[in-house]
Design a protein around this ligand. Sequence first.
Ligand SMILES: Cc1cc2nc3c(=O)[nH]c(=O)nc-3n(C[C@H](O)[C@H](O)[C@H](O)COP(=O)(O)OP(=O)(O)OC[C@H]3O[C@@H](n4cnc5c(N)ncnc54)[C@H](O)[C@@H]3O)c2cc1C
Length: 219
Amino acid sequence: MVAERDQVVGVETSRGRVDTPVVVLVPGAWAGPLLAPLGLDFGLTPHRIQISIFRWPAGFKTRHCVVIDAIHHSWFRPEGGVATLIGVELGVGHADPDSFDEGVDPEFVAICRKALAARLPLFGEATMRGGWAGMIMMSADGRPIIDQIPSVAGLYCMLGDSGTSFKTSPAIGRCLAEWIVDGKARTVDLTPFRSTRFAQGQPWQDEDNYGGERLTISR
Ligand SMILES: Cc1cc2nc3c(=O)[nH]c(=O)nc-3n(C[C@H](O)[C@H](O)[C@H](O)COP(=O)(O)OP(=O)(O)OC[C@H]3O[C@@H](n4cnc5c(N)ncnc54)[C@H](O)[C@@H]3O)c2cc1C
């Protein structure tokens, strides 16, 4: 990203420079190298997140609903017609987004099977059918930063989504488009997501938090 006198003027790409007065920064876990040259530090930390898949055991035939299990810090959903995909919060997982293991850890598979069997006992002996790991970016309060960065005119961002934005990305995209084109997000008031909330000592606090603080994908 290229800025001059605190104003975005373009981006450098592998196919050359593109001049533009507006840039939307959505770099996921790779935000660090883009923010540092601008002197921006929002306390973001990259995390490695895993999921595991289990084949439905004999006798298990009814497609179950999507479950967020705050007691066992897990979430699971059907994967196709014969398997269930589950993730469990580990509470740790800092990793380098440029060099991380994309496979699922054997210990994590065992943790997932136990959490799944706690709700669906037939899965206690279920066969694992794979899994993977990916990178997410955690913010300091586990909520995204969606903002026009005050110190750099023309720079909009969605940072540190903390592993929640498969489901929220359509709304985030619409709100940012409204902000850029019309000068204000109309669909949702984005003020609670402002980048300055940490410096102001006003991190996000849910009125009705469930399942503990700083959850990632199980929220
Ligand atoms: C295992 C796993 C399970 C998940 N399950 C769920 C779920 O069930 N529900 C849910 O809501 N969320 C889930 N998430 C979280 C979800 O994947 C992320 O929140 C979402 O993908 C974030 O989208 P994003 O576009 O912000 O970032 P990303 O999907 O990480 O995309 C960022 C992109 O920016 C690119 N990029 C970075 N820097 C540059 C640069 N300098 N130049 C060009 N390109 C750049 C990267 O290559 C990448 O393609 C899960 C995540 C993982 C890892």
